[in-house]
Design a binder for this molecule. Structure first.
Ligand code: ATP
Ligand code: MG
Length: 414
């Protein structure tokens, strides 16, 4: 037997409807917020992510599926959505079109990580990216979009954590202060954080190591270093959320794992799915487009993990809408009835009515059992006498009631 690769999953028919429900809800919510879909390739030139995600991140350093193709090019399977969308935004000159550009995607992502609950090597993200607006309204709007989506799939009780990590100028001052503090406590840091401290000290705040956590608890806080503009921006985001009745907590430890963020960062977190509690993460990235070779263009967005969301929905016992059931099942008896049923089923299906019949010459009893199993709403038995009279009985399974119908008019009955 050949096994599925580690860290990947099949979506089996019993779960496919759950996926469709999530995807449909994402599309509907995006449309309600006037957000348009963008699709980019599953793989890109490695440089897209090396530059976009940033080479001090875990993703770029450890987690990417990178290989040389037969032409000797370095190719990487998309580990996240934003950088690819930014590449496309620049390459296609979307900045020349109406601004803001409000885009969303549903995409597979690939990261070489240690698989565990809520952490896979192939997973899926629903993400949005808004370009061209510096306003705090944009930050608040993407948060409201994520929240609306989460509510619509049945999740009400997610904690929203919010922070601002400032802009280039205020973060430089903060980084210096943080670095000085971390240097004083260097012995207590994990080896990785000793390295991070030099290249990107903010990342140390993100470390899950207990020793590092103890040290960062007493570290200088970014919020005390925000410049006037960044402070005003962050306050506006908060007041917009409050005006919409959205609860949140300001959490100065939220820095996000990617290099490109500026100002607002946020996460939707749940305690119901164990260690991998972040279902959705996002924020503002005002220098990303420029750093990838485009004109200076503000941006903000989020990425939401579909598998983690599914896990949460299952753990919370959220009800999923059921599969569409067959409207009618034809139970033919005898060769000519089979031919008739085959044709009638085809006719109904072409009209958009879900219909089913037997292919295996099973007994009437076995067919009735099958019709029950697939949840058919109506059953029509087709035997010699029905064919002769051109009439059959439609039996409604919910209450057993029967209605006579002419076979040639069956298309109008359903
Ligand atoms: P984590 O801290 O859990 O590693 P992250 O900061 O790496 O998350 P992002 O890059 O912000 O995650 O991705 C956005 C969302 O994608 C996450 O909040 C999560 O729901 C989902 N996600 C990220 N990595 C994985 C993975 N390996 N398997 C499943 N879902 C993932
Ligand atoms: Mg990660």
């Amino acid at each position: 037997m050949i096994n599925i690769p580690k860290g990947t999953k099949d979506v089996l028919p019993k779960d496919a409807a759950k996926w469709r429900f999530i995807e449909d809800t994402a599309r509907k919510t995006a449309a309600d917020f006037n957000v348009k879909e963008i699709r980019t390739p599953v793989f890109e030139h490695t440089e897209v992510f090396a530059r976009g995600v940033g080479d001090t991140t875990d993703i770029v350093n450890k987690e990417m599926y990178t290989f040389l193709d037969k032409g000797g090019r370095s190719i990487t399977l998309k580990p996240e959505g934003t950088s690819a969308v930014v590449r496309s935004f620049i390459e296609n000159g979307l900045y020349n079109e109406t601004m803001p550009a409000k885009l969303f995607y549903i995409t597979p992502c690939f990261r070489y990580e240690r698989p565990q609950a809520g952490r896979l090597r192939e997973f899926h993200q629903f993400g949005v990216e808004f370009f061209g607006s510096e306003s705090a309204d944009t930050d608040a709007e993407i948060i409201l979009l994520a929240k609306t989506f989460l509510e619509r799939v049945g999740i009400k009780e997610l904690e929203l954590r919010l922070n601002s990590i400032g802009c280039k100028s205020c973060r430089a001052e903060y980084n210096a202060a943080l670095k000085a503090y971390l240097k004083e406590h260097e012995e207590g840091l994990c080896p990785l954080c000793r390295e991070r401290m030099e290249k990107n000290p903010l990342r140390v705040l993100d470390c899950k190591d207990e020793g590092c956590k103890k040290i960062t608890a007493g570290a200088p806080r970014i919020l005390d270093y925000l410049c006037g503009d960044c402070r005003a921006h962050f306050e506006k985001v908060q007041s917009l959320l409050t005006a919409c009745g959205v609860k949140y907590t300001v959490d100065p430890d939220i820095v996000r794992g990617l290099d490109y963020y500026t100002r607002t960062v946020f996460e939707f977190v749940s305690s119901a799915i164990g260690a991998q509690g972040t279902v959705c993460g996002g924020g503002r990235y005002d220098s990303l487009v420029e750093s990838m070779g485009g004109p200076p263009t503000c941006g903000a967005g989020f990425g939401l993990g579909v598998e983690r969301l599914l896990l949460l929905m299952e753990n919370l016992g959220v009800a999923f809408p059921g599969e569409r059931k067959a409207e009618v099942y034809f139970a033919p008896m005898g060769e000519s009835a089979y031919a008739q049923a085959f044709r009638l089923v085809y006719e109904l299906r072409r009209k958009g009515v879900a219909a089913e019949t037997d292919h295996a010459g099973r007994s009437l009893k076995a067919q009735m059992k099958y019709a029950d199993k697939i949840g058919a709403k109506n059953v029509i038995v087709l035997g010699e006498s029905e064919l002769e009279s051109g009439e059959a009985e439609v039996k409604r399974m919910a209450d057993g009631s029967k209605t006579k119908v002419k076979l040639e008019e069956i298309g109008e009955f359903f």
